[in-house]
Design a binder for this molecule. Sequence first.
Ligand SMILES: [Cu+2]
Length: 175
Amino acid sequence: MIRNCLAAALLGSAAILAGCNAAPEADTPAATETAASSIAVTEPWSRETAEGQNAGGAFMTIANTGTDADRLTGSSTPVAGRVEIHTMMMEGDVMRMRQLADGLEVPAGGTVTLKPGSFHVMLMDLKQPLKAGEKVPLTLTFAGAGALETELEVRPADEMPAMDHSAHGGDKPHG
Ligand SMILES: [Cu+2]
């Protein structure tokens, strides 16, 4: 069965940006929402991968404006053999990724940010390198909201979260 959201996605990116609701909300132009839930995903992105790199992280902000907690339980994309929900945690002195077997909870009225060094969606067994500028379709599955179609924006590898040198006066003359 083809979900309404998928049908909307097939119509093109404008439909994706407008979400799956018949009447898109004017104040959330970048959000993707399902008709049946209060989950919205904003700024989904991934980083370009090097040739031979077989996994990559995907990041986004997930907001739940509903009154019930929801849970991201799975994900899929045509470019990866499988997709897992990961967190990062310290094991001794080593930062390790760990799969969240029960998924990632998005509290009622809350927001969860997936970002480098923290929660992320892991694209495993990549079938092709992710190239900067590409858009990669990604399906997110929520326990309550069901399937939600979104699209990752692939960003250049050197576009790291900006290290704020301004605090050191780096671009100002010393003395
Ligand atoms: Cu990971």
